[in-house]
Each structure stands twice: as C-alpha cells, then as structure tokens.
Ligand binder design. Structure first.
Ligand code: SF4
Length: 402
C-alpha cells in the first residue's frame, strides 16, 4: 500500500523560528535565481510580515541582497486607517535603507469612489460586478511591474505574503482569495494572476515564502520580533482585534468593503479608544448597499430605441447610478470623512483621506459632463418604475395596474 510522501510538516507543529528558517531556505532555493525582486505589499499583516522579515534577513546577512528590491505598496485609497498609517511609517524605514518603495494607485478615473460616484458604476457585490479587486489592485500592480520590467534585463521575482498555514501548504493549495478570513484581499491574485498578465507573461516568477506560516507566527513576528527590531508594526494588530488579533483573525481590505459579510476589521479598530473617532466610517458599508437599490439606478426597458426586442442579457437589466444618487453618495462620503477629521483635529489623531480634492473635483466634473457607463444613455427609467414584463420569446405581460 502506498503511503503519502513525507513532508517538512509531518510530526510536531512548526515553531516560529523553524517557520523563519524554512522561509530563508525557500528564498535561497528560489529567489537567488533572480537579480531583481519585488514585493506586493497591501499593508496588511501577512504582506507586512514578509516585507519586514525580508529586509531584516538582508540587514542581518541571512540572505543576499538582490540587485534591486522594490516594495510595491498597493494603495486602493480605501485602506483601513491604522494600516495605512503604519504603512507610511514602514515606507520611511524601508526607504532609509536604500530600498525602493513604489506606491501603486489606480488611475484617477478607475479609483473606487471615482468609478462609482463619477462614472456611475454601482458598488460591487458578491453576485455581480465584482470589478473592484482587478481594477484597484491587480491592474495597477500589473502596470507598475510592466514598467519595472521595461527598465531591467532578465527575470523578475514577485514575492507575496500569501499564507495558507501548514495543512494547506502541505496540500500545495493556494486560494485565489479575496474572501477568506484572515486573508488580505488580492494576495492570491498577485500570486496566480500576475505572472500570466499581458505584457508580463514569461518574465515574472512569484514566490510565497510564508506559505507555511500559521497566523500565530505572523503575530509573533509583527508584535515582538519585528517590533523589537525597530519596525513600526505594533499598530497593525489594531486592525485585526488588538490583543485578541490571533483569535479574531479578521480579513482586511478596503474600509466598508461591500463584498465582506461583516466589517470585522473596522469593528475591531473601533474597540480601541484611540481609534474611536473613526466610528463614522461605519456609514460606508450601508451607503454602498443603499446605492444598489433600484430607485438609485437606471434599468433597461427590454426594448431597443426602434421598439425591437433587446438582446436577452440586456432585457430589464439594472444599471448605473442616477446623478442624484451619485451626488447623495458623494455628500455622504464627504460627511463621513469630515466627521472623522473634525474629531481627529480635536484629539490630535491622524486624519483620514478617503476622497481628496482632486478626486472630488473629478467626480463632480464627470457628473456635470453627463457621464454614463458604456451602453447607457441616461434616458432609461429608474429601477423602481414598474415595467411590462418581457419574456425571452418576445411575449409581453402588461402590468396589471398602471
Ligand atoms: S477589499 Fe473589497 S472593495 Fe476592496 S478590492 Fe477587495 S473586494 Fe473590492
């Protein structure tokens, strides 16, 4: 009878120091083949752990410094404030060591709030229009790496903080994850989608040197070892539940993420008195849900302009946000931001920056220009207007009451 092949993880559970040792071996075995390394950094716990560990290992001579190392910080502009603030501090520490940091942001018109409130595309949800991760994370990262590749010869290694824990690492599974507890939105995509992206294919390899780490290893590293080595990692725990971070194991991503069932990370932050002034951010998630309601959106009638039957997929399809809904949303987001920042000034705490003046101006400009997403004219009825039902064979069931 055949027996499953023995693995590094058989027997006793890994101690954190052993996990670090395996990470070093993994870097020596796979990363040394590449002169140029990049690191996809979301500011969350896993990618910050690998970033600070990698730089620490270079600092202490445990691994060789590559010809170039660039930390690509994925800034969605919707980051949880404690993570965004910690990331800014860590960026300074990295740059002080002569390591490049590139802040990767989507082009103005593609940013989360500009796309929703300016162009009128409804907030994403789990069933439809899950456009956000690709648009505000993966595509900008792909463009940044493409640019980097153009400036170097040879292959490029992208290091990610993808982490699946021992049992999953044993099975060699990597989730293309945006929704797992404890994960960072987009990390799985960086690992699996980036290497095959157009313009990059064949020139980039990826490596996940923390794949085998358990969540307790990450916390031990961030809160004790990295902190003791001078890294500004202690505040990161606040986004995951403070002292109970390991148990809560919250998933992080954009504040108010419409795809997350619960906003565990924000709830955790607000439990800490020093972050209490961010309570108005709890208004974002309900706003995104409200904006998806039929009364705020246009709807296809099911007929073309000449009265012929529209294509099946277009019949009575719900679509973009009305201008009134966009202005209402803009007003609410600005109100939430202002409420946080008034308190920030009073308490001498860091301000938040969800929507800056350039983004607000662009949203107003797009609305003033009468911008609709492709395929929409703006003369369609809103989704709460009752319409005759049109079936696939073209038959029409008129409304019983007009
Ligand atoms: S965290 Fe949520 S809103 Fe942000 S990119 Fe991921 S799925 Fe989209």
């Amino acid at each position: 009878m055949s027996r499953a092949q023995a693995t590094l993880f058989d027997g006793a559970r890994l101690h954190k120091d052993d996990a670090v040792e395996l990470t070093i071996q993994s870097l020596i075995a796979h990363a040394y083949a590449h002169d140029h390394w990049g690191l996809a950094w979301s500011g969350g716990k896993d990618s910050t752990a690998i970033l600070t560990l990698l730089v620490h290992l270079i600092d202490t001579g445990k691994i060789r410094r590559p010809k170039t190392l660039t930390a690509f910080y994925a800034d969605t502009r919707q980051e949880l404030p404690p993570l965004a603030i910690a990331a800014l501090r860590i960026m300074d520490q990295i740059r002080a060591r002569g390591i490049a940091v590139q802040v990767v942001t989507a082009p103005l018109d593609k940013r989360f709030l500009v796309y929703i409130l300016g162009r009128g595309v409804p907030p994403p949800n789990n069933n439809t229009l899950r456009w956000c991760m690709r648009q505000i994370k993966v595509d900008p990262m792909t463009a940044a790496i493409e640019q980097q590749l153009a400036a170097i010869n040879g292959t490029f290694l992208m290091i990610t903080g993808v982490r699946m824990g021992e049992s999953a690492a044993r099975d060699q599974r990597i989730a293309l994850s945006c929704g797992k507890d404890g994960g960072e939105c987009g990390q799985g995509w960086y690992q699996q989608v980036l290497p095959n992206a157009k313009g990059i294919r064949g020139r980039i390899a990826t490596l996940a040197p923390l794949l085998h780490w358990r969540v307790c290893h990450v916390w031990e590293w961030l809160m004790f070892d990295a902190h003791a080595a001078g890294w500004a990692t202690a505040d990161i725990a606040d986004a995951y539940g403070g002292d109970e971070a390991e148990e809560i194991n919250a998933r992080t991503g954009c504040v108010g993420c419409p795809l997350a069932q619960k906003e565990k990370a924000l709830e955790s932050i607000l439990k800490a008195p020093k972050w209490g002034y961010l309570a108005p951010l709890q208004g974002l998630k309900p706003l995104y849900r409200e904006l998806r309601e039929p009364k705020h959106r246009l709807k296809k009638t099911g007929l073309n302009a000449d009265g012929s039957l529209a294509r099946a997929k277009n019949r009575q399809r719900m679509g973009p946000l009305t201008f009134e809904a966009r202005l209402m949303g803009l007003d609410r987001v600005l109100g939430i931001q202002a409420a946080c920042n008034v308190e920030a000034a009073r308490l001498d705490r860091p301000r938040i920056d969800l929507l800056n003046a350039e983004e607000e101006a662009r949203i107003r400009e797009l609305i003033a220009a009468g911008t609709w997403p492709n395929g929409w004219e703006g003369d369609e009825p809103t989704g709460d207007v009752p319409l005759d039902m049109i079936y696939g064979d073209g038959s029409v069931q008129p409304l019983l009451v007009r």
